[in-house]
Design a protein around this ligand. Structure first.
Ligand code: IPE
Ligand code: IPE
Ligand code: MG
Length: 247
């Protein structure tokens, strides 16, 4: 995988309309497996096979940040065997992908809570974040044990604990107290498998994101599907509440 193609700057210059940050709700692993008569965990496993290619496509098209929604605060309510399967899967994916991601200058970030995770997984995530902290290529943000409401509650608690006066509470201050304050809001949120909801994903940051959904299940979302989402994004006209530009 080459996430830093020599032609990257040329591509970027030719494609100024690319979203800077793409966030993905990776959904449909269970249905993918079900349709094949396989256990749900096989679907989750299949869902780890495509992300290198999808990342490469986005990066080649000028995307600087990709956030993947891998496990929500609500996903704890799934059967224990599925939950532990998902936790083990992330541990395995980190072990098998780290070298390649690091060699490709990818910086790994985490958003969510580490304290509810098994020690080995929490350590693996901390290790991946620390090892790639100096990388300057694509930023890969992994939302694991992440919930948008929990993130806002955490931000408010931090603001209150700092003794902030009410009139000092601003939108910027809330943004500055989220998990990854330096990461820009997502320009494009993609959801696979046909659902049309956020499911507690980046609810503060999504205020003006463009939303794209596709019936394709996550394990089948490939480079071509990524290109399709980018092409659709290019057709959107973002107005942010103002009037459309003339011309
Ligand atoms: C998404 O696939 C992966 C996670 C939520 C962890 P699902 O497991 O939600 O798949 P469906 O929605 O049941 O098909
Ligand atoms: C959202 O998918 C969470 C992740 C992709 C990690 P879910 O499958 O959990 O969402 P709902 O239950 O359909 O809203
Ligand atoms: Mg689902």
């Amino acid at each position: 995988m080459t996430l830093q193609a020599p032609s990257q700057n040329a591509v970027r210059a030719a494609d100024p309309a690319a979203p800077r940050h793409v966030a993905i709700i990776m959904d449909g692993n269970g249905r993918w497996a079900n349709e094949r008569g396989m256990p749900r965990l096989s679907g989750h496993k299949a869902g780890t096979g495509n992300f290198h290619r999808v990342l490469r496509t986005f990066h080649e098209r000028g995307v600087d940040f990709v956030t993947l929604y891998a496990f929500s605060t609500e996903n704890w309510s799934r059967p224990p065997a599925e939950v532990s399967g998902l936790l083990s899967l992330l541990t395995a994916v980190i072990a098998s992908s780290m070298d390649e991601l690091h060699e490709n200058n990818v910086r790994i970030r985490h958003l969510g809570e580490l304290r509810h995770l098994p020690d080995d997984l929490a350590e693996a995530i901390r290790g991946a974040v620390a090892r790639t902290g100096g990388n300057s290529g694509l930023e890969l943000c992994v939302a694991f044990d992440y919930g948008g409401r929990a993130e806002i509650v955490r931000a408010v608690r931090r603001i209150v604990a700092a003794g902030t006066a009410p009139e000092q509470v601003t939108e910027e201050l809330i943004s500055a107290n989220l998990y990854l304050p330096d990461v820009p809001d997502p320009d494009l949120i993609i959801r696979t498998a046909g659902e049309q909801r956020l499911s507690n994903f980046l609810i503060w940051q999504a205020a003006y994101s463009e939303y794209y959904h596709t019936p394709v299940y996550w394990p089948d979302f490939d480079a071509e599907e990524a290109e399709r989402a980018l092409a659709e994004y290019k057709r959107r006209r973002r107005r942010f509440g103002a009037l459309p530009e003339e011309g």
